[in-house]
Design a protein around this ligand. Sequence first.
Ligand SMILES: CSC[C@H]1O[C@H](OP(=O)(O)O)[C@H](O)[C@@H]1O
Length: 365
Amino acid sequence: MKIDGRHYRTIFPAPDGEGICVIDQTRLPFAFETKTLRSEAEAAVAIRTMIVRGAPLIGATAAYGLALAMREDPSDRNLDGARTRLAATRPTAINLAWALDRVAGMLQPLSPGEREAASFAEAARIADEDVASCRAIGKHGAALIAAIARRKSGPVNVLTHCNAGWLATVDWGTALAPIYVAHDAGVAVHVFVDETRPRNQGAALTAFELNAHGVPHTVIADNAGGHLMQHGEVDLCIVGSDRTTSTGDVCNKIGTYLKALAARDCGVPFYAALPFSTIDWTLTDGVAGIPIEERDAREVTHLTGRTDDGAFATVAVVSPGSPVANPAFDVTPARLVTGIITERGVAEATPEGLLGLYPERRAAT
Ligand SMILES: CSC[C@H]1O[C@H](OP(=O)(O)O)[C@H](O)[C@@H]1O
């Protein structure tokens, strides 16, 4: 997407050919800075510390991380080691394992001398495919927004949670892609942006994106969403996903499940937007089967922001000594999901709905 008129992807080869550039998302929205990852280790740190985050972007970064590892040492031993080390950076987004399996599987039969070039080429294909998939998600999701626009006066009010925009993917985004496509097509759309404690990806990243693209929006406290739905202020919810099961259970940022409950109670359609690389076909029960990342307590006890005089500052916001729990994701059962917006169209959140879009998976299930 464009920042100050210049087009960016979230990950791209460094101009000097010596590494991979990413946007440092821990510095947004107050500073737009890129970092160059020059080693497998730097790619792993970028994922673990959320310099890069968002399921598809995590996958693309891991793919390039494996390529950087092959540049360092293309041996079988290092291929296996790098795959293991990168897979251990974060447990929930399936795109990480999906990308590593795809690149490592392609590299296995190659000679060590072929692996560097082949892995960078495959990582680039993964990035390009993600852009195409997210653009298609935007098209399919925008049709849902346009259908609502035809039935009402004023803007279509969409609530989203966390950041599932272009910053969470290589470009376009998943949950935000339909909003960009509808907005650019002249459909009046307004977004309620959940701040999304504790890391505030909504307040910091989604708001940054929507400001940059000129999309009307309102940042709200996470706990305000149900109230707005009760008062008819929300026409539909669209969220992203880090892992969706073959039965349509949707794992996403903590708090998503609560929004889905409020949406069901208030009769608000609730959609998840995700590409094929986010579907875990091996799982049928998301609550039981999806590993939920427990992140550092400091994400809850402290906040980092900008002071009124422009300095970055980190402050404590929890009574010292109080124990903290910080599960980073939750699972919304398929029964609460109106539909799943993918690059191939919109499916019911059911096994048949998903297999209808991905018939090639029938043989595997
Ligand atoms: C398009 S995936 C976006 C998804 O990823 C976020 O998690 P995190 O920021 O921790 O990587 C969040 O769950 C978003 O919905």
